[in-house]
Design a protein around this ligand. Structure first.
Ligand SMILES: [Zn+2]
Ligand SMILES: [Zn+2]
Length: 396
């Protein structure tokens, strides 16, 4: 600290020594005779000029009447406001500024609804500056203009850039597959919205005789949905572009159709392969090549690369079609006697390796291919319906 006295550059009164912390770390070099030097006003002059809060005379807000987004800068933003009062409070706090010297600033606001589009905001501020408590009351009218944001305008106009068609080979998609496709679409859009992407939306989902159509706002979303479906269920996706229009700059605008083709056989189905004498196969997965388990032995089956997910086969039934029947006797390593669930006669059937010799009953499927023991749906060495669990992979 220097011992030179400081004087108020405006009124010439001596300025009392202030501690370094009061001076907020600023250098208090204070020579009024040197122009441009950093000098401090006395409290009286300081408070003459002091403006605690700076707010505009009025605030105009454009709010989307449909989704509540607010137009800020040059774009629509989601502000997460519950109602127009919330929006008004948020806009006031965005628009106001408080003098930098003030510590311990607190404020409260009392909205007064004047008419449906005008809210008068009574704001009360308190704080401390130069050790002196200060307060100020300001009133700002907020005018709300109800409009339609770009996104809501597009949704209302049934805008879409891409269609995802969910179909299946030689069958129609199941209700599970259709529901899952809708979930995936909504989840992908929600994830994109969560990152602030306002252009992501599902325009429409419609079920058709042969599946589901999902119209979405961007090609990127269409691609994500179809890739996710194939990742979960197997199958293929093909995309095709259609020229729909030219934009204002003369660029061609394409709409992309993603055709998802789910595999013909689903996990849990029991099929009989053509030109094969290994007996029924319980389908475990249709992602990539069809994979499954032989009902006669429990051995693993995998279709060749050429056959892919659609080997030549016919359906015999489904794990859900199995009925519980009594085990009469275990004959040997390869054979078990069970009761035929239709005739109640003891019948010798193949013994798959998933058969538990201590069990009293087993699920069996009676089909064109004969009587077969299926895996116990509650057992722990089982094939799960969604194909997620592979009893062989743990040994591989
Ligand atoms: Zn002064
Ligand atoms: Zn909107």
């Amino acid at each position: 600290m220097s011992d030179s006295r400081a004087f108020c550059p405006r009124c010439g009164d001596p300025v009392p020594e202030r501690s370094a912390s009061d001076a907020d770390g600023e250098t208090d070099a204070a020579d009024p005779l040197r122009p441009g030097a950093e000098v401090e006003l006395c409290d009286a002059c300081y408070f003459d000029d002091f403006d605690f809060v700076d707010v505009p005379d009025r605030i105009d807000v454009r709010v989307c009447a449909t989704c509540g987004a607010v137009y800020r800068g040059n774009r629509w933003v989601d502000v997460g406001a519950q109602d127009y009062t919330d929006v008004a409070i948020e806009e006031v706090s965005e628009a106001l500024s408080v003098h930098v010297d003030v510590d311990d600033v607190a404020w409260q606001v009392e909205p007064e609804q004047i008419d449906p589009n005008t809210i008068r905001m009574h704001c009360y501020f308190t704080g401390v500056v130069r050790g002196t408590p200060v307060d100020e009351q300001v009133t700002v009218p907020v005018r709300i203009a109800r409009q339609t944001c770009t996104r809501c305008g597009r949704i209302a106009g049934d805008y879409y850039a891409s269609i995802v068609q969910i179909r299946a080979e030689d069958r129609t998609p199941t209700s599970e597959e259709i529901e899952r496709a809708k979930e995936i679409a909504n989840q992908i859009v929600a994830d994109m919205e969560a990152t602030g992407d306002r252009n992501a939306f599902v325009t429409e989902t419609s079920e058709t005789d042969d599946g589901l159509n999902i119209k979405v706002s961007t090609n990127k979303i269409g691609k994500k949905i179809s890739n996710k479906m194939v990742e979960e269920f197997g199958g293929t996706v093909n995309d095709a572009e259609t020229l729909v229009t030219e934009d204002s700059d003369g660029n061609e605008v394409y709409r992309v159709t993603f055709a998802v083709r789910l595999p013909p056989y689903r996990p849990g189905e029991v099929i009989e392969l053509a030109d094969d004498d290994g007996g029924p196969v319980i389908v475990r997965s249709a992602r990539g090549n069809l994979k499954g388990i032989r009902a006669a032995t429990g051995d693993r089956y995998e279709a060749s690369y050429e056959e892919g997910n659609s080997p030549d086969a016919r359906r015999l039934g489904d794990l859900e079609d199995a009925v519980e029947t009594t085990v009469v006797t275990v004959e040997d390593e390869n054979a078990v006697q069970v009761l035929d669930p239709e005739t109640y006669q003891a019948k010798t059937v193949a013994r798959p390796n998933y058969f538990d010799p201590d069990t009293e009953t087993v699920p069996v499927l009676k089909s064109r291919a004969g009587l077969h023991i299926l895996p116990d749906p509650d057992g722990d060495s089982e094939i799960e319906r969604d194909g997620a669990y592979d009893p062989y992979e743990s040994n591989a």
